[in-house]
Design a protein around this ligand. Sequence first.
Ligand code: CMP
Length: 140
Amino acid sequence: MTIEHTLSIIKPDATRRNLTGAINAKFEGAGLSIIATRRLHLTQAQAEAFYAVHAHRPFFKDLVSFMISGPVVAQVLAGEGAILKNRDIMGATNPANAEPGTIRKEFAESIEANSVHGSDSPEAAAQEISYFFAGIDIVK
Ligand code: CMP
């Protein structure tokens, strides 16, 4: 295993319910380090660009509306196998299918308001990290 970086977003349903600390405790408790963090309120154009890969999906419009409905916390997580590890900690996209103990099982409200986003591949991680952070923002 090598040390990887992955992009995490704590979504508006979670910031609204003051769950940032509880979610970060899950990351850190599982051995991931938060090496960059930034709270921001996305514009429609920013959310559309971030999720451009889903632009043709039927849920795209609702997804963008949800992602701009409140603040988000974008973060870079680092650790051994961080990309897959983060996806394990998050649980399945649909909380109804998520394993006990995962963030989405414990906190998500629905498949849309599912509390967290995480990069799904090394290519996506590199692209998504560079969307939110410059090299100087990432402190190992
Ligand atoms: P995320 O990992 O942020 O990537 C795309 C998001 O689209 C996903 O999490 C879900 O929150 C959201 N989404 C909404 N509806 C669906 C759906 N039917 N299938 C997959 N993702 C969905």
